[in-house]
Design a protein around this ligand. Structure first.
Ligand SMILES: CC(C)(COP(=O)(O)OP(=O)(O)OC[C@H]1O[C@@H](n2cnc3c(N)ncnc32)[C@H](O)[C@@H]1OP(=O)(O)O)[C@@H](O)C(=O)NCCC(=O)NCCS
Length: 141
């Protein structure tokens, strides 16, 4: 997902609001979740966000969402956010974030998602690590 940073996205310092980046992260991950689930999905949990470097008005925010793990009704999605200066060509990391989405039915009840097909050792390792994080998140409820 690409967003051109306009004055309405920025604070008085001319950099994008953190909350605006969070909204774009949520939207990008929602698209990813719903493409996989084939159902409407809701945000259940957002991991810590670290804002590494700002993006200014006139620059571009690039967001990339990747499904990392599936459980019964929930999915863990990584979103990486980078800034881009289209004039100089410079690209820099801005935010890395993990989001959990849950697929829901017509009554907004959690509903099963298709399992992610794990083809590589790296993908299988990512699923196991995500299962650990899922247990930790649920333990905090
Ligand atoms: C997210 C939601 C659907 C979970 O439903 P629930 O009945 O409370 O939870 P359940 O115990 O049945 O769990 C459903 C799934 O949510 C996951 N989940 C619930 N709480 C979670 C949390 N704090 N962190 C991560 N996953 C969580 C569970 O692991 C489960 O996934 P699984 O089936 O893959 O194991 C429900 O809490 C909800 O609707 N929350 C509001 C969502 C919302 O408004 N989001 C913002 C706008 S989109």
């Amino acid at each position: 997902m690409l967003e051109y940073v306009l004055p309405q996205h920025a604070n008085i310092g001319g950099t994008v609001f953190g909350g605006q980046i969070m909204a774009w992260v949520d939207l990008c991950a929602a698209i990813c979740a719903q493409r996989h689930a084939g159902r409407p999905c809701v945000t259940a949990f957002v991991d810590d966000l670290l804002f590494k470097r700002p993006v200014l008005v006139g620059q571009v925010v690039r967001l990339r969402a990747q499904l990392r793990a599936t459980f019964r009704t929930s999915m863990e999605i990584d979103v990486s956010v980078t800034g881009e200066d289209t004039v100089t060509g410079e690209v820099w990391p801005t935010v890395e974030c993990r989001v959990v989405f849950v697929a829901v039915d017509e009554a907004r009840r959690p509903t099963a998602v298709p399992p992610l097909v794990l083809e590589t050792a790296e993908e299988r390792t990512a699923q196991i690590a995500a299962e650990e994080r899922r247990r930790a998140r649920l333990a905090k409820r």
